[in-house]
Design a protein around this ligand. Structure first.
Ligand SMILES: Cc1cc2nc3c(=O)[nH]c(=O)nc-3n(C[C@H](O)[C@H](O)[C@H](O)COP(=O)(O)OP(=O)(O)OC[C@H]3O[C@@H](n4cnc5c(N)ncnc54)[C@H](O)[C@@H]3O)c2cc1C
Length: 454
């Protein structure tokens, strides 16, 4: 029927290869390991989970469950293997990582239409075979340079004079994000530093005693275990807070916890220290802790950050993390089908397309596989419905703010609000999932010519 080239046999690339081959396409799947490895992978197996072994919550009516449920309904190979390799983990779907990667490798290797090539790809022919780039956050340098070349589209004036494309991002740290309605508004105040601009920031004031308690807990908190690849040379501009704290008792008060220009209107005084929260999305239902990137274990983060006045009961949508990441500026470069606006024969999937997380990477691999098959078949496929987790994730990736684009996990935050108000959170999420699955099923059925598996 046709040939598709897939670069990277990680989570996204393996799922994409399976989806394409099951639709009758021949696949050339390129994986550079073990010829060349990444700083995080340890084996030559496909779909290796580089850190935790959790594919997040599988509790019904949570956002990560919804995404997984949609994938199961769409015939995901990796979801099927995850079920077979599941280990007890409460409400989460966690897997035996060794068995998981081994089974994915076995399934892909046994597929007659997939040819595996163990080599590093350094170039992409944007006019040649339909190609899915799924090389992940640790894309090899040569290919990253090639992606930068492709990212210079037909509108050079947008790109300034920099020799590196601004549409390929590298970052080392992310700050934690909390749900807005979990912030105790009686303990915080809105203000802009020196009253410049509108008072959009939430400010959590700390007294000297609060600061001492927080500082001591921060220094005593456990960091994520160090591995060789984590011995990063941090940029001075985005040091983890625990690293700043180690430089002196007051260093944080001259950095991310600087109180100057932030008088508390209730006391008329400047607090001893301040933590600022910046609105994360247009709906203002999530906020990030400005400058609070850190490398602490997730459990330690919730314990230590809840010592901040106003955040005692904070619910975390995302924890702070630090690692190398390579991703394109998808809102500028991609259509919602995950293909490049300027080069429609080139698709992106996985972390490099601007999603965050194992499950999100697999989901975009699945979608890119279906869309690539449709492109080769000359079929224009309807987009996954906006109400679904698939549709919301790809909508976010391609419609988020271009200037401050950051990869995202699936959360209810990305889903559109319902057309009626439901006050109870649980009930609201249940209704959102019900609608999502109903519309997702209809989409699956309607796209049967390309979606039906052989
Ligand atoms: C250190 C680290 C820890 C992470 N921890 C977690 C976590 O705990 N939980 C979570 O949900 N997410 C985590 N992530 C984020 C993300 O979910 C994973 O990186 C995930 O594996 C991304 O899937 P992917 O398919 O996009 O990339 P990958 O799974 O990394 O697959 C990309 C593949 O492409 C190959 N490749 C790269 N360049 C080339 C090339 N030029 N030619 C051929 N092959 C190439 C690589 O060898 C790799 O096999 C972590 C990321 C990093 C970097």
């Amino acid at each position: 029927m046709g040939l598709v080239k897939i670069i990277g046999a990680g989570l996204a690339g393996s799922e994409a290869a399976w989806q394409c081959s099951r639709r009758g396409l021949d696949v050339n799947l390129y994986e550079m390991r073990p010829v060349r490895s990444t700083p995080a992978h340890q084996t030559a197996d496909f779909a290796e989970l580089v850190c935790s072994n959790s594919l997040k919550s599988d509790s019904e009516n949570t956002a990560p469950w919804l995404l997984k449920e949609e994938m199961r309904r769409a015939g995901s190979l990796l979801m099927e293997i995850a079920r077979e390799c599941a280990v007890p983990a409460g409400h989460a779907l966690a897997v035996d990582r060794v068995t998981f990667a081994a089974r994915v490798t076995e399934a892909i290797s046994g597929e007659p239409r997939i040819t595996i090539r163990r080599e590093e790809v350094k170039a992409v022919d944007e006019t040649g075979d339909v190609t899915i780039v799924a090389t992940g956050p640790l894309t090899s340098e040569a290919l990253a340079a090639e992606v930068a070349r492709l990212s210079f589209g037909s509108t050079p004036s947008e790109h300034g004079s920099s020799s590196r494309s601004p549409h390929l991002y590298f970052y080392d740290s992310i700050s934690p994000i909390v749900e807005a309605d979990s912030i105790d508004t009686s303990r915080v105040y809105m203000a802009a530093r020196y009253d410049k601009g509108s008072p959009d920031y939430i400010n959590c004031p700390l007294s000297e005693a609060d600061y001492a308690r927080f500082y001591d807990a921060l220094l005593a908190a456990q960091s994520v275990e160090e591995r060789d690849w984590e011995k990063l040379n941090y940029f001075e501009g985005c040091l983890p807070i625990e690293e700043i704290a180690r430089r002196g008792r007051d260093t944080l008060r001259f950095g991310p916890m600087k109180p100057v220009g932030l008088k508390d209107p209730r006391t008329g005084k400047m607090p001893y220290a301040v933590v600022q929260l910046r609105q994360e999305n247009l709906r203002a239902d999530s906020y990030n802790l400005v400058g609070f990137q850190n490398h602490l274990k997730f459990g330690e983060q919730s314990r230590v950050l809840r010592l901040i006045p106003g955040l005692e009961n904070a619910r975390f949508l995302r924890y702070g993390q630090i690692h190398r990441n390579t991703y394109i500026n998808a809102p500028t470069l991609l259509r919602q089908t995950l293909q490049m606006k300027d080069h429609p024969r080139v698709f992106f999937a996985g972390q490099i397309c601007g999603v965050e997380g194992y499950v999100e990477s697999i989901a975009t691999g699945l979608l890119a596989g279906i869309q690539a098959a449709a492109t080769i078949a000359g079929i224009e496929l309807a987009l996954a419905p906006r109400s679904s987790a698939f549709g919301s994730l790809t909508h976010y990736v391609t419609h988020a703010d271009r200037k401050n684009f950051q990869p995202a996990n699936i959360t209810f935050d990305l889903l559109p609000p319902l057309d009626r108000k439901i006050r109870d959170r649980k009930e609201r999420h249940r209704a959102q999932c019900e609608l999502a699955l109903k519309e997702f099923d209809a989409w699956l059925a309607g796209t049967a010519p390309v979606l039906s598996l052989s």
